[in-house]
Each structure stands twice: as C-alpha cells, then as structure tokens.
Design a protein around this ligand. Structure first.
Ligand code: GTQ
Length: 349
C-alpha cells in the first residue's frame, strides 16, 4: 500500500534500530495509512444483530448477574471489523442492549460521555435525569447527556430492554472517560418536560432574561409523537414509494440544534416496498429498527432485518435500503461532531 513512499524494510537495519532507540519513526512508510488517497479506509465493517438472537443472551445475563454487581447489565455490540470484545460499533459510537428486571434499580452515576436510550421492549421502566423522571415507552428516545446524574428504575412486571448509544469511543480515545457513582438523586419526580413545557413544536416556555434556560431542556422524545410526525410527512408527500425520504432529526426544542454535541439521531419512515439509496455520508451510522421488515445492502453485505434489530454502516458506506413492510428506523450518527470538526460530507452516488 505504501510502496510509492518507501517501506520500513528498505531502510538500513542499524538506522531502524537507532530510530526506535531515539523514540522516533519515519512518516513516509506510514503516510498513506494515515492519509489515504481521496477517502478514508475504515476498519469498521457493517454488522447486523438480530433481536431474536440477542434477547435470550441478555435475559440469561439477568439470571447470571444481579444489577447491583453489574452496575449496568449490558451486552455491547462489537464491530465485526475489530472482532470479538470490541467495545464499539463504529469509530465514534458505542451501542449496547441493557436489561432491567422488575423492581431493579441501576444505581446513580454521572460520566463524561453522553448516552441515549431507545426503548426496545417492556413497560414500566424509567430513567431519572437531573431529578426529572422520564417514563420509558417503546421507541422513546431518552437523553442522559454527559455531566448529568442519572439512574434507571423499573415499576413494571416484565423485563425492560433498551438500546444504549454512547459517544464513549471518543472519550476513551481522548483518555477523558470516567464516571462518578453516588446515591440516588433525592429529587426524582419532576415531570418530564416533553409532557409539560414542550408539548407543541414551535412553542417554548417564556423566560425572563437570565432566567435559567437549560442546556438540555428536553430529555425525552416520545415515540408516539415521532411516528405521528413521520406519518403526516409521508402522507403530505404522497403515499407511493419513490416520493423521497421521510426523515426527521431529533433537535433541541429551544435552539433547533442537534440534541447532543457529538451524536445525532434521525427517525426514518420507509413505505411498504420503498427503496432508498442515500448519498454516501462521511458519518458512520447505527440503524435501529423500531418496527417493520426489510433488507439493506451495505458495502455489498446484505442484512435482512426485522423489528428491534440493529445494523451498522462504516463511514462513506454505499447503502441501499428496501422495506418489505412499512418500516420505522432510527439512524444514530456522528454528524454533529463532524459538523463541528468541519468535514461532514455527502457524496452523490
Ligand atoms: O446506563 O448509564 O451501556 O454508564 C454503558 C455505560 C449504559 C448507563 C451503558 C453506562 C450506561
């Protein structure tokens, strides 16, 4: 790969030894690894995790390891490009499936990375963030931004399972990842702002100057509203396939910005039989199937997906989706980070 710029082997042995001794390395043999021509060469490979395969493994973890011992009972989805044990799904995104059993509490902590939960199964789960109690209903998207105390509880009778998405790989790379454990938050019943202050798009609470706007004003995005919005968008665009993508970004209702500094979330609806071939994006992505069935070809690999499955795409992947039934997906990506770094890109197919 790097022959044009010379290889390490063609340098004299004594010079290589002297460089290693001096704690230096020549750039030129590594130049094209660090800066490939024209586009990155991802290590990440597209993966697919079927929910029917994951679910029994996760329930078994419930038998084997009490939540008090695990702190968080999670199976991490390992990027196939990095192999078994990889604690990341794409270069910037960690995803895991978390299980909470009836009556359990996942203890309070705060950490530097941000997390988002997408509820997969079960009733009665809730997350408390900064004193606000966020009910977790299927498909809901719940933020626990970095620096905010959070814990999880369960008032229902069946297992609750959700998908965690964290920008953890970035924090690990930066050697900035750590958590602080603490007692359960004393205040834990402030009502969910999505039900009180942000009931209607375009309306936000009036505030006096200097009066306490929160950095993360809305922590819960109820799925029922997301689905209704997508359906209305699809209806307006016309019901047939081929009428363009029906997609909505999750945004901060005060600013219209992305919900978190690094991770972005886009809800997608695919009509029955609809095919989508989006441009190649510089962002990597994790797709969560809220509902429906279909198949996606990602860099030549076909994933036949069903409800609650997860699949991933590396940066600049070539992606073709085809929905069999009506399908709802949430795409988790890192466009907010790439926008800040100034290199987000879309390449036409
Ligand atoms: O629920 O706070 O999957 O701290 C990984 C780390 C979940 C959590 C994860 C965490 C959490």
């Amino acid at each position: 790969m790097s022959t044009a710029l010379g290889t390490l082997e063609e340098l004299p042995e004594d010079y290589r030894a002297a460089m290693a001794e001096a704690g230096v390395a020549p750039l030129w043999p590594m130049m094209r690894n660090l800066l490939p021509h024209g586009a990155p060469k991802p290590v990440t490979a597209s993966g697919h995790w079927s929910y029917p395969a994951l679910r029994p493994l996760l329930l078994r973890a419930g038998d084997l390891t009490p939540v008090e011992k695990a702190e968080r009972r999670v199976l991490v989805l390992s990027d196939p490009g990095r192999g078994a044990g990889a604690m990341l799904a794409t270069p910037s995104i960690y995803v895991g499936m978390q299980l909470l059993l009836p009556g359990e509490t996942a203890p309070a902590h705060v950490h530097t990375p941000s997390a988002v939960r997408i509820v997969v199964e079960g009733q009665g789960g809730y997350t408390v963030v900064d004193g606000e109690k966020l009910p977790m209903e299927e498909g809901d998207l719940v933020l626990t931004p970095g620096g905010e105390w959070h814990d999880h509880g369960h008032e229902g009778t069946e297992p609750v399972i959700w998908l965690d998405a964290l920008d953890l790989p970035l924090f690990v790379y930066l050697e900035g990842s750590y958590a602080t454990e603490g007692p359960l938050q004393a205040q834990r019943n402030r009502p969910d702002a999505s039900q009180v202050e942000y009931l209607s798009a375009g309306l936000a609470p009036a505030r006096r100057r200097g009066g306490g706007a929160r950095r993360y004003p809305m922590m819960r995005y109820p799925w029922a509203r997301t689905e209704a919005a997508l359906r209305e968008m699809a209806r307006w665009a016309g019901d047939g396939p081929g009428n363009g993508p029906v997609e909505m970004d999750y945004v901060n209702p005060e600013t219209g910005d992305d919900v978190l500094p690094t991770m972005g979330f886009t809800a997608m609806m695919l009509r029955p039989g609809e095919a989508q071939s989006p441009p190649r994006l510089s962002t990597s992505a994790v797709f969560h199937v809220v509902r429906g069935r279909g198949r996606s070809v990602i860099d030549g690999v076909t994933h036949a997906w069903g409800p609650k499955d997860v699949f991933t795409a590396p940066c600049f992947a070539e992606i073709d989706h085809l929905a069999e039934d009506e399908a709802f997906l949430v795409r988790i990506h890192d466009r907010p980070l790439q926008d800040k770094l100034g290199y987000y890109e879309e390449r036409a197919r």
